[in-house]
Design a protein around this ligand. Structure first.
Ligand SMILES: *Cc1c(COP(=O)(O)O)cnc(C)c1O
Length: 364
């Protein structure tokens, strides 16, 4: 059986170092916001090429706190892609803002800059882009639009650790960038974790306080804050893994290359020389998606669907004005036809060749 993702296998190479990192933290006797978090924040900021990194408890919190710290006016509209993972939209809603869904480009699956332009109103305060599947959005055009209309930009980088466009990495293109270290992400820890990157020292300072009860000095509180800190033990694991992130991404790119060479008669992801894609997800599209998925499963290959239900069709969103009866044809088409093939650090080339043989025999 080829699993979609086997986290034991993907992490096996790091077991000894993890154990060592865990004992070090244990022996240190310091378990919250200690030297491991500080070291990770420094190294991850350097890795991405951004000045400040603040470790938080999850990717959702990273998005929520980024939006919170930007101090957008009450009642603001925030533009988000209509085909994103629900967390992006929850972060907007949890802040009391209105998510305005904008359709993706059907070729890249990322938010369409021209559609952003058409959705801007007097209340639009920010654009929250998502580098879906590990491919950067068209950040040149999006930044230009943001500048033109005086909007903040936030990046959801939960699927894009190390991804780049024109040599500039995810996390460098916005006022604040949110990362998740959920175990399946390209840089994943052994539990929950997240981080925010920003070049703005004042914003970084505010987020640092917000994650820690609104305080920088024990028992003195400046803001109505949260408890959302990157766990010290998880930071110690991330310090083990970060030096291997490029290797992990290269491994996934090598597997993607085999898919591109072998797969026939399907819609494959687009490739562009300006983009360094990290294939958090390798998605194909097929009108026979469900029967293809069943065929693969019967032949010992697990796949996933990212995602089966678009955000505007989620029960949780039905109360939001305008959502229930809205239509997003591109997003709906993606949700009906997309299928994610195995592409993890725990898979090898032979696994992927076997998946290709099966997919091609189904399509023939
Ligand atoms: C995983 C993910 C998140 C949420 O991250 P958590 O750490 O699970 O909270 C947000 N946005 C996108 C696009 C994701 O893939």
């Amino acid at each position: 059986m080829i699993k979609y993702e086997d986290l034991r296998l993907s992490n096996a190479e790091f077991f000894e170092d993890y154990k060592h990192a865990f004992s070090e933290t244990l022996e240190s006797g310091w378990f919250v916001l200690g030297s491991a978090v500080e070291k990770f924040e420094d190294s991850f900021a350097k890795y991405c090429g951004v000045k400040h990194c603040i470790g938080v408890a999850s990717g959702l919190d990273a998005l929520m706190l980024s939006l919170k710290a930007l101090n957008l006016p009450a009642g603001s509209e925030v533009i988000v892609p209509s085909n994103t993972y629900i967390a992006t939209i929850l972060a907007v809603l949890q802040n009391g803002f209105k998510p305005v869904l904008v359709e993706p480009d059907i070729n890249t699956y990322n938010i369409d800059p021209e559609a952003i332009r058409k959705s801007i109103t007097g209340k639009t305060a920010a654009i929250l882009v998502v580098h879906l599947y590990g491919k950067l959005c068209e950040m040149d055009s999006i930044r230009q639009i943001a500048q033109e209309f005086n909007l903040k930009v936030v990046e959801d980088c939960a699927q894009a650790h190390g991804a780049a466009m024109k040599g500039v990495k995810a996390g460098c293109w916005s006022d604040a960038a949110a990362f998740s270290f959920y175990p399946t992400k390209n840089l994943g820890c052994l539990g929950d974790g997240g981080a925010i990157l920003t070049n703005d020292a004042e914003l970084a300072d505010m987020i640092r306080k917000l994650r820690n009860y609104g305080s920088s000095k024990k028992y003195y509180n400046e803001y109505i804050g949260y408890n959302s800190r990157l766990d010290e033990v998880q930071a110690a694991f991330l310090n083990v893994k970060l030096p291997y992130l490029d290797k992990i991404n290269e491994h996934k790119r090598k597997l993607a290359k085999i898919y591109f060479q072998e797969l026939k008669n399907l819609i494959l992801p687009v490739v562009d020389a300006d983009y360094y894609d990290v294939y958090h997800i390798f998605n194909i599209r097929s009108n026979n998606r469900d029967s293809l998925r069943q065929y693969l499963l019967e032949n010992g290959v697990q796949t996933e669907i990212h995602y089966p239900v678009p955000p505007h069709r989620q029960k949780a969103c039905q109360e939001i004005s305008g959502f229930a009866d809205s239509h997003f044809p591109a997003s709906e088409l993606i949700h009906q036809t997309t299928l994610s093939l195995p592409i993890s650090y725990g898979h090898d080339e032979e696994d992927v060749r076997r998946v290709c043989r099966l997919v091609n025999s189904f399509c023939a």
